[in-house]
Design a protein around this ligand. Structure first.
Ligand code: THU
Length: 136
């Protein structure tokens, strides 16, 4: 699972990913770091589009990178966000679509970590993030 050292490293990676965010429309840069059960970390940033609906969030970028490489079992995801060029001052809660995508691959121990920096974060369960979720 995610010990403290691990969490700090994941937060650092998520923060670094904000550099790559392509956000000419919102100016809001989000980074994500997804820890797979096999130890691999998949990172993501948000990538916007002139057709706004084609935008992808940082969390889904990370999850789709992993799943597209055959990895579907995860321990945790870190999410951080703030206006581009600014240091985060508050947590960045995932959008509803990202929560639904997370829940597709989350087991009961999966952690959603919302961070401001390496020393300030909260850990949520998938159930807290998306209660009464849809599933088939
Ligand atoms: N965004 C994310 O990357 N993740 C979320 O969960 C919330 C929103 C992005 C999408 C868009 O590029 C920007 O934040 C403003 O909505």
């Amino acid at each position: 699972m995610t010990d403290k050292t691990n969490i700090r490293g994941l937060i650092r990676k998520a923060l670094e990913m904000r550099e790559f965010s392509y956000v000419p429309y919102s100016g809001f840069a989000v980074g994500a770091a997804l820890l797979a059960k096999n130890g691999t970390v998949y990172t993501g940033c948000n990538i916007e589009n002139a057709a706004y609906g084609a935008t992808i969030c940082a969390e889904r970028t990370a999850i789709f990178k992993a799943v597209s490489e055959g990895v579907k079992e995860f321990d945790a995801i870190v999410v951080v966000g703030a206006p581009k060029g600014e240091v985060p001052r508050a947590e960045c809660p995932p959008c509803g679509t990202c929560r639904q995508v997370m829940s597709e691959f989350a087991d009961k121990d999966f952690s959603v970590i919302l961070a401001v920096d390496e020393d300030h974060y909260h850990i949520y369960s998938m159930e807290e993030m998306l209660p009464h979720s849809f599933d088939l």
